[in-house]
Structure formats: C-alpha cells, structure tokens
Design a binder for this molecule. Structure first.
Ligand code: NAD
Length: 344
C-alpha cells in the first residue's frame, strides 16, 4: 500500500521510521505546510515527494491511503478530503471531537467503501496485552474495578519550528488532557470491558480556572459499565511526577501495570513481567507494526470494518460525554452516538 503521511511533526516523523519496519505499506509522500518539516522529511528519505497541501499531493501522484498526523484541528477536514478522494484513512487521535462529526465520517467512509481507522496505538501496547490477557476468560472474575492514573508535569511538546505548545492552544488542540491522553484511556477501558460505558462522570481542573475556555489540565473520569464494573481515570498535566499506572481487579485477582512493570495475580499465582520499552519514544514506534497489520489486514479482507469504525464513535462519544459532565458539575452523562451509529 502506498501511504502519504500528512503532518510531519513528532508523530509523522515517528511514522516514517515505523513504516520501515512493515512490509504491507510504504511511505511514498509527505504533506506538511512547513517548509522546514518538508526539508526534514527529504533529509531522512531523499526519495520522498513532499507537498504543502493535499490537493497538490493528489494531483501529482497516486496513493492508496493517508496517515493523518497533524494536530487535532485539521483531522476532520483532512479525513473528509481523503475519503472523498477515494483513499483509506488512518488518523491519529482524536479522530473526531464531536460524535456527530464521527458519525458523518463513518457514513462517508461506508458510502465510498473505504476504511476509516483510528491510530489507537495503546491498544497494541504490551501493557494492553497484559491487561486483556488477565481479563480474558474471566480470569479476574467480575465485576471489574479498573483504575488508570496518568501523571505528567506538563503537556507533551511538538516539534520546534511549528507551534511546540499547540496542546495548550484550544483552537488547535480542541481540548486539553482529556482529549489528548484521555482518548487512549477511553478506548482502552472500552476494549477491556468489552462495551461502551453506560454513563460518564467527570470533574476537571481548567487552565486559569476558566471552564469556558475548555482547556482541562487535569481530570477525573468515572465510567460505569453496569454489571461489568467501573473504571476510574485520573489524568494530570500538573503533577510533580511522571507515571502511568493501569490497575484492573476483580474478585479472583488483579493485574497491575506500573511504569512498565506488570504484575498479574490470579488463581494460577503471581506473574511479573518487565515491559519497559528500549527507549522513551513519544510515538511508540514499537507498537506500530501490530496496529498497521490490523489496518492492512482489514483492508485486504474487506470485512470486519465495523470494529474500528465503532471504536471511533464510542471513543469520541465517551470523551464528549466527559467534557459535558465536567461542565455540569460532574453529573453522570450518557455517551451519545452508539444507538445512532447502529441505526444508521
Ligand atoms: N498516538 C500517539 O502515541 C501519539 C503520540 C504523539 C502525537 N500523537 C498525535 O499526533 C498528532 C500530532 O502531534 P505531534 O506531537 O506530532 O505534533 P507536532 O507539533 O510535533 O507536529 C505537528 C505537525 O503538523 C504539521 N501541520 C500543521 N498543520 C498542518 C496541516 N494543515 N496539514 C499538514 N500538516 C500540518 C506541522 O507543520 C507539524 O510538522 C496529534 O493528533 C497527537 O495527538 C499521537
């Protein structure tokens, strides 16, 4: 598959390296409005064609799919443009911000016979393999209680030369940590519980104390999955430490992944695994081959596309519900979209 990477910043550059480790796809073009970033792409691969706009790229050379790695404010317009041009789409999170945008994109993809695929790479991480393995076959029993804690002392910075602090600019980022990192937690929880939450409650800490600006710097989400259990998610860009912890427990055991160390305790005993990656690559290139194999396999099969497309809707709806709850004093909100998606 011939791939065009759109947006050649941290994520885009990580993708160029990651595509070199797979055989089913290769990057043939890069699109970025920044001349500096286009020059960087050609420096890394002199054979690459680079373009400042999608229209110029599409006029100049054939591609089969695009991999969108721009900041969030451009995702939906680029997804629409690429789908309308007959291309399969992989898109970085968030694939959409509003559930109605997600539903419209999926309608467009279905009409054109194309796959819209979320780059939900944490789903292909070693920690998710441990957590799903622990939950599989009811090994922990039920109901489950999950707790995810993501602590950072700052937002992640983008490449110099564009807008390194776009994550704190609402017009570019379209939200704060809930949209940025919460998105990963949203689809991880949905995958682990095997369904979308019935309700989402959220309290947030807003930049400068101003909820109306929509820039959350810390948040606590409570997801209710009915009889299946509950999941608490704590997110912070204003912590004095950096750590990640994913804990899932049930009456028969627990799985705890804490900064790369995994411990699973079940009736079979205690199992410890060191999951620490070889480097601190922000784009997690080592998770990419699994994700891309899933995408390429689905494209080749031409079936099974409902799973990733539903995940686009459930994830968008969950985070949208969290923002709505946070602006209503934490009252439980039913995520929109799923029944609408099924009805369509
Ligand atoms: N899944 C992950 O693990 C992961 C990790 C990092 C970033 N991301 C996601 O990747 C996206 C980009 O983040 P980043 O950290 O790479 O940002 P970045 O600031 O490092 O890079 C952004 C790039 O996009 C380019 N750009 C801006 N507007 C564009 C447009 N209209 N068309 C094409 N290119 C455009 C900029 O010139 C810049 O090169 C975000 O959606 C972010 O959430 C995901």
């Amino acid at each position: 598959m011939r791939i065009a990477v759109i947006g050649f910043g941290t994520a885009g550059e990580g993708r160029l390296h990651a595509y070199r480790t797979v055989t089913a796809g290769r990057v043939v073009a890069v699109l970025d409005p920044s001349p500096e970033r286009r020059a960087r792409a050609r420096q890394l691969d002199p054979g690459l064609a680079t373009y400042p706009t999608l229209a110029e790229l599409l006029a100049a050379q054939p591609v089969d799919a695009v991999d969108i790695c721009t900041p969030p404010n451009h995702h939906v317009e680029l997804e629409r443009e690429a789908l309308a041009a007959g291309l399969h789409v992989i898109c970085e999170k968030p694939v959409a911000v509003r559930t109605d945008e997600a539903l419209d994109l999926i309608d467009l993809a279905r009409d054109r016979g194309l796959l819209l695929y979320p780059a939900h790479n944490y789903g292909f991480s070693p920690m998710m393999r441990v957590l799903t393995g622990a939950v599989a076959g009811g090994r922990l029993g039920g109901p489950l209680r999950a707790r995810f804690r993501i602590a950072r002392d700052s937002h992640a910075r983008g490449v110099p030369g564009w807008q390194p602090d776009w994550r704190r600019d609402i017009s570019v980022a379209r939200g704060g940590i809930m949209l940025d990192h919460g998105t990963h937690c949203a689809y991880m929880a949905t995958q682990l519980f095997g369904e979308a939450p019935r309700t989402v409650s959220c309290v947030a800490q807003w930049a400068d104390g101003d909820a109306t600006a929509g820039m959350d710097v810390a948040a606590r989400l409570d997801l209710e999955f009915g009889d299946a259990g509950t999941c608490e998610i704590d997110l912070s860009w204003v912590s004095d430490t950096r750590s990640n912890r994913y804990l899932v427990s049930g009456p028969d055991g627990a799985a705890d992944v804490h900064d790369g160390m995994a411990e699973v305790r079940t009736a079979d005993g205690l199992e410890r695994t060191d999951l620490a990656p070889p480097n601190r690559d922000q784009t997690h290139q080592e998770w990419f081959p699994g994700m891309f194999a899933d995408f390429a396999g689905l494209v080749a099969a031409g079936t099974g596309w409902d799973r990733p497309m539903r995940e686009v809707v459930t994830t968008t709806a969950l985070i949208e519900a969290a923002y709505r709850s946070a602006t209503r004093g934490g009252e439980p909100v039913v995520p929109a979209g799923l029944s609408a998606a099924e009805a369509r």
